[in-house]
Design a binder for this molecule. Structure first.
Ligand SMILES: Nc1ncnc2c1ncn2[C@@H]1O[C@H](COP(=O)(O)OP(=O)(O)O)[C@@H](O)[C@H]1O
Ligand SMILES: [Mg+2]
Length: 206
């Protein structure tokens, strides 16, 4: 099997960062080479753009924001993701283009067709082989992100924004069920862990 490109996505507070450890352990147990990265970020240029994008003081129009996301992604693909995959290393990214469709498209209102055009331009044929979509109801997301950290520029948005974000994630997953594992993340951590592991087992044929 070729090296796989796996993305972890979902609204803020869904448990992406928390469950990276689950995925890391899964790869380690099976001795499979894997690289963990994140978006926006993953490269010096990408991390600098991340600072700008997440800083609540940043004022950027919706197209500017979208282009910065894809600028970061372009560098990320060229210097990290594509080389790893062609060198036989699996890649797991905490967020990827689904987040741009969801946040800039659903949340901000950038036409999804424009995002799809940028996706084609920046990524060529590169798409995730598997997207683990962690899903929680809005109230749970809101409760979790207000729990114990300072909110970034996106996390400060209102509930209606996140409703649109979540809707786009779910409709993208429904439109391409073979690529997505939608996991109910509003459960005990142990149950979420088991679902993630079975999604990986199924994808890799274990
Ligand atoms: N299954 C779960 N049950 C209860 N709380 C959880 C669960 N998974 C994650 N959390 C908590 O929710 C918060 C957000 O989780 P995090 O992994 O940072 O989400 P994300 O990276 O998707 O924004 C954290 O405080 C985390 O400890
Ligand atoms: Mg996170």
């Amino acid at each position: 099997m070729q090296a796989q490109f796996i993305t972890l996505d979902g609204i803020d507070g869904a448990g992406k960062s928390t469950n990276l450890t689950v995925i890391r352990n899964w790869f380690e147990t099976r001795n499979l080479p894997v690289l963990f990265t994140r978006e926006p970020g993953g490269t010096p240029v990408g991390e600098a753009l991340r600072e700008i994008l997440l800083n609540p003081a940043t004022q950027a129009g919706l197209r500017t924001e979208t282009l910065m996301m894809f600028a970061a992604r372009c560098q990320h693909i060229e210097s990290v993701i594509a080389p790893a995959l062609s060198g036989g290393v699996n890649v797991v990214s905490d967020r990827f283009t689904d987040a741009t469709f969801a946040y800039q498209g659903g949340g901000r209102g950038v036409p999804l067709a424009d995002i799809a055009a940028l996706e084609n331009w920046v990524q060529g044929g590169l798409r995730p082989d598997l997207t683990i979509l962690l899903d929680v109801p809005l109230e749970v997301s809101m409760e979790r992100i207000s729990r114990n950290r300072e909110k970034d520029r996106f996390e400060q948005e209102e509930a209606a924004f996140f409703t649109r974000v979540r809707d786009v994630y779910l409709s993208r997953a429904a439109a391409a069920p073979e690529r997505y594992a939608v996991i109910d993340s509003n459960r005990e951590r142990e149950a979420v862990r088991q679902s993630i592991e079975s999604a990986l087992n199924q994808h890799f044929g274990f």
